[in-house]
Design a protein around this ligand. Structure first.
Ligand code: SAM
Ligand code: DTB
Ligand code: SF4
Length: 343
């Protein structure tokens, strides 16, 4: 993207360097950041990162699919939609004990947060009761808890909070303009409503999107603009690279350029300075060098383990070697983000 004429880029980069929390970002400013020379952009992201976080620490989460497949929604990227023939079989909600076993293993492998994902449009009230028991027991192991269960009512959000849920993940996925080309079974506003219900309970919000959905550069600007102008920044911002899965409408889509992906991470870091930025899905398909660039651009969280929900993630051996090579150490608790929402 070329630089928009109306932005004083020197003034903007100087202001960004202070790493202040702003909710009044304009799309023009965000587009101007995307258009910086790559070295200037990554340097600025590093400056911001170092003002808010310890430079070489990365937070480690583990994911578990507690309810796989058979989802009625039509998210064009997702292997778990019942509308696409992807070979993912629909399963029932897992037992509490089997979930706990996975949580103990996650803790032993160094994760500080355990995220439970369910392929639901929205949970039923009886699901909330069972997931609530899982949350309480996972928390009792000394792990932070996170769940991603689809749309929530205010009452469901409160019940999850009361069970001990620390974070709720619900992504905006892309810009408001591109959204309709990806999902037709729920609206952008539905997602914003769930995010507001979660925020109202006092739980922390994990909300991000996906690069590689056939979006234009302006749509990446639009996604980050939506995130950074929420009433409070999400404490955690996952930036996923689309994992292409056979049978989904987006399989075979032109793959985004790695440098553009890193730019998206860098701009997220700069405009949401106190949020954890997660280098999320898609690491299995990335080189060590691309991941290193993403960390340099301010990513400071990843999913550990050899599986995401249904697709592959680098296992312990590759990740252990990568983190050691880069001198990255695990962040025990994401304390730096506490207070980000309050500012
Ligand atoms: N069903 C719930 C929902 O959609 O809110 C929770 C689970 S859903 C799998 C969580 C997120 O995973 C999606 O919002 C999307 O951003 C991400 N995701 C799903 N499939 C993906 C894929 N193939 N590549 C990258 N990210 C993906
Ligand atoms: C998020 O933003 N990415 C994670 C997590 N939140 C739940 C999910 C990635 C799923 C990738 C496709 C799969 O494994 O099924
Ligand atoms: Fe269902 Fe979530 Fe997949 Fe969409 S992303 S199809 S809501 S599991």
């Amino acid at each position: 993207m070329t630089q928009p004429a109306s932005v004083d880029i020197a003034a903007l980069t100087q202001r960004c360097g202070a790493a202040e929390i702003r909710h009044d970002w304009s799309r023009t400013e965000i587009a101007a950041l995307f258009g910086l020379p790559f070295a200037d952009l990554v340097f600025l992201a590093q400056q911001v990162h170092r003002r808010r976080f310890s430079a070489n620490e990365v937070q480690l989460s583990t994911l578990l699919s507690i309810k796989t497949g058979g989802c009625p929604e039509d998210c064009a990227y997702c292997p778990q939609s019942a509308q696409f023939d992807t070979g993912v079989e629909a399963e029932k909600l897992m037992d509490v004990e089997a979930t706990l076993e996975a949580a103990r293993a996650a803790k032993a492998s160094g994760a500080s947060r355990f995220c439970m994902g369910a392929a639901w449009r929205s949970p039923k009230d009886r699901d909330i009761e069972k997931v609530g028991r899982m949350i309480a027991e996972v928390k009792a192991l000394g792990l932070e808890t996170c769940a991603t269960l689809g749309m929530l009512t205010p009452d469901q959000a409160r019940r999850l909070r009361d069970a001990g849920l620390d974070y709720y993940n619900h992504n905006l996925d892309t810009s408001p303009e591109h959204y309709g080309a990806i999902i037709t079974t729920r609206t952008y506003q539905d997602r914003l409503d769930t995010l507001a219900h979660v925020r109202d309970t006092g739980m922390k919000v994990c909300c991000g999107g996906i690069v590689g959905l056939g979006e234009k550069p302006e749509d990446r600007v639009g996604l980050l603009h939506s995130l950074a102008t929420l009433p409070a920044h999400p404490e955690s911002v996952p930036i996923n690279m689309l994992v292409q899965v056979e049978g989904t409408p987006l399989n075979g889509q032109a793959k985004p350029d790695g440098i553009d992906f890193v730019r998206t991470i860098a701009v997220a870091r700069i405009i949401m300075p106190a949020s954890m930025v997660r280098l999320s899905a898609g690491r299995e398909q990335m080189s060590d060098e691309l991941q290193a660039l993403a960390f340099l651009a301010g990513a400071n969280s990843v999913f550990l383990g050899d599986k995401l929900l249904t697709t592959k993630n680098p296992g312990q051996d590759r990740d252990g070697a990568l983190l050691a090579k880069l001198g990255i150490t695990p962040m025990l608790y994401a304390t730096a983000e506490i207070g980000a929402a309050a500012e």
